[in-house]
Structures are given as structure tokens and as C-alpha cells.
Write a protein that binds this ligand. Structure first.
Ligand SMILES: NC(=O)c1ccc[n+]([C@@H]2O[C@H](COP(=O)([O-])OP(=O)(O)OC[C@H]3O[C@@H](n4cnc5c(N)ncnc54)[C@H](OP(=O)(O)O)[C@@H]3O)[C@@H](O)[C@H]2O)c1
Length: 263
């Protein structure tokens, strides 16, 4: 097991699900954690869990859908003189609505949170990412970033876009290693905060989500991939078959994708 002793790790979306599990996994490996999200009470709970595992942790408020908030967060970490060894861009929201039933405002909200937020934060931290110091960026996309899926048009678009942006960034910056974390279905509350077409929260734990891989198991696989500097890591169980079907047998993908339960 690779140690992260002495490493400073920033995780966005650390208040819940995969981000919280990643924080605990890095904590067991000796890292110092910098935990960011909107819900400070939940971040404090994750911080306590990290501390009980022997790690140092600090919480930060950031709304990844707001440039003003990201700017304030970036200037706070810069003033504190924090230089991160690993930046995990993990915060995200999902969608549960048909394409033509989704207001453009919801398309934009999903793109702001899942795509422009990570892009803007990366630019705001450019002074510590550019140069010769080795930096690892871990970007949580999704298998929905590798194919289209019903009720997820904005979500799929945001997750596809991350690949193009961060792969390009890596080709320009030899000191940066990007690891795309590509989860299938993980047991987290993400379906609860997923947006309907009118902007309401779905507010339900979907069966597909509840039956997903355990978040702690997902985090173990993810941290190992980051440690090894893997470019891409698929994480999940049987649902990952869809990635291979899309790649190797696209006609079959289009036959079955619309028939799989999207909830
Ligand atoms: N669970 C899955 O099956 C699955 C599959 C593929 C990919 N993913 C991806 O994994 C990542 C984590 O999701 P999860 O499953 O762990 O869901 P989750 O339990 O709902 O966690 C989402 C995290 O993102 C944060 N977040 C959401 N909107 C934010 C905003 N505007 N500003 C700052 N933070 C925000 C939330 O924190 P606050 O609410 O406190 O701000 C929370 O910490 C997401 O990018 C998701 O797309 C999940």
C-alpha cells in the first residue's frame, strides 16, 4: 500500500459519498486532507473521521457552481501558502430528466458544477500547478462520460467534457499527471441531489444507486490508481460491461441502452 505521508491532498465534494470515502482512504495512508464542499457540518464530520484515522484535516467552504466562491476559496488556500500534491476534482451533481423536459437553466447548472467549476478552480490554482513541481490531478468523471444514457443528457455532456479538457492540460504540462476516475454505479446519495428538468431535486435513493459498489471499496481502487499514476480507472461492477459494449459493439449499445433502468 503506497503511503501518502507528508502529502497535501485537496478533495472537492468531500462532504459525502465518494469524496468522503476518498478522504478516509487517504487519511489511512498518512496524508493531510483539505476538504471542500458547501455543507460545512458534513465536512466537519468527515474531518473528525480523518482525524480519528490519525490524519490532519481542514475544511473549506466552496460552491463549485459559483466563480465568486471558487475565487474566494482559491485566494484563501493561496494566502495560507498551501501547495497541494494531489487535487481531487470530485464534486458533482446528477440529473433525472429527459432531454426535452430539461430547462436550459438546469443544463447550465449541471455544466457549471461538474465542468466549469473544476476548470475554473484549476485555472485559479495555476500558480501552483504550472511549473516543474509534480502535481497529480484526479478528476471524477463517470461511465456516463463514455456514452450517452437516458435521463442524463446534461450529466453525460459534463462528464464527457472533463476528458477533453484535462487530457489536453496534461499534454501541455509534463509535471502534471491526470487520473480520470470513472465510476459506474456507487452506493452514494447522488440520486437524491440529482436535478429534475425544472430544477427540483429528485430527492430519492434510486434502486440502481443503492445496489451500487460500496463507496469505501470505490475509494480504495481510486487511491491505488492515483498512486500508480494511471491515466484512466474504471471502478464498479457488472455495469462496466456497457463501456466495452459501446466500444466493441456500438449497434448493440444502441439496442440496449434505452432499455436499462436509469433510476
Ligand atoms: N455515485 C455514483 O454512482 C457515481 C458514478 C459516477 C460518477 N460519480 C461522480 O462522483 C462524484 C461524487 O459523487 P457521489 O456519488 O459521491 O455523490 P454525493 O454523495 O452526492 O456527493 C457529491 C459531493 O459533491 C458536492 N457538491 C455538489 N454540488 C456542489 C457544489 N455546487 N459546490 C461544491 N460541492 C458540491 C457535495 O457537497 P455539498 O452538497 O456539501 O456541497 C458532495 O460532497 C460526482 O462527480 C459524481 O458525478 C458518481
Amino acid at each position: 500500500m503506497k503511503s501518502f505521508k507528508g502529502s497535501k491532498i485537496l478533495i472537492t465534494g468531500a462532504s459525502s459519498g465518494i469524496g468522503a470515502a476518498l478522504a478516509c482512504e487517504f487519511a489511512t495512508r498518512g496524508a493531510s486532507l483539505y476538504l471542500a464542499a458547501r455543507n460545512i457540518a458534513r465536512l466537519e464530520e468527515v474531518k473528525s473521521r480523518c482525524e480519528s484515522l490519525g490524519a490532519q484535516a481542514q475544511v473549506f467552504s466552496v460552491d463549485m457552481a459559483s466563480e465568486t466562491s471558487i475565487e474566494a476559496f482559491a485566494s484563501e488556500v493561496t494566502q495560507l501558502g498551501l501547495l497541494f500534491d494531489v487535487i481531487v476534482l470530485n464534486a458533482g451533481i446528477s440529473q433525472r430528466a429527459l432531454t426535452f423536459d430539461t430547462d436550459i437553466a438546469v443544463d447550465r447548472k449541471v455544466m457549471e458544477t461538474n465542468f466549469f467549476g473544476p476548470v475554473f478552480l484549476t485555472k485559479m490554482l495555476a500558480s501552483q500547478i504550472r511549473g516543474s513541481r509534480p502535481v497529480k490531478l484526479a478528476v471524477t468523471t463517470s461511465i456516463s462520460g463514455l456514452f450517452g444514457f437516458p435521463l442524463r443528457s446534461a450529466y453525460c455532456a459534463s462528464k464527457h467534457a472533463l476528458f477533453g479538457f484535462f487530457e489536453s492540460l496534461e499534454t501541455e504540462n509534463p509535471n502534471v499527471r491526470v487520473t480520470f476516475l470513472i465510476p459506474g454505479r456507487i452506493n452514494t446519495p447522488i440520486s437524491k441531489s440529482a436535478l429534475h428538468g425544472d430544477g427540483r431535486s429528485h430527492d430519492a435513493m434510486d434502486q440502481g444507486q443503492a445496489n451500487g459498489m460500496d463507496a469505501a471499496a470505490c475509494a480504495k481502487v481510486a487511491v491505488r490508481a492515483i498512486a500508480r499514476g494511471r491515466h484512466r480507472k474504471l471502478i464498479g461492477r457488472g455495469e462496466l460491461i456497457m463501456v466495452y459494449i459501446k466500444k466493441l459493439c456500438p449497434w448493440l449499445f444502441f439496442k440496449i441502452a434505452g432499455r436499462i433502468s436509469a433510476t
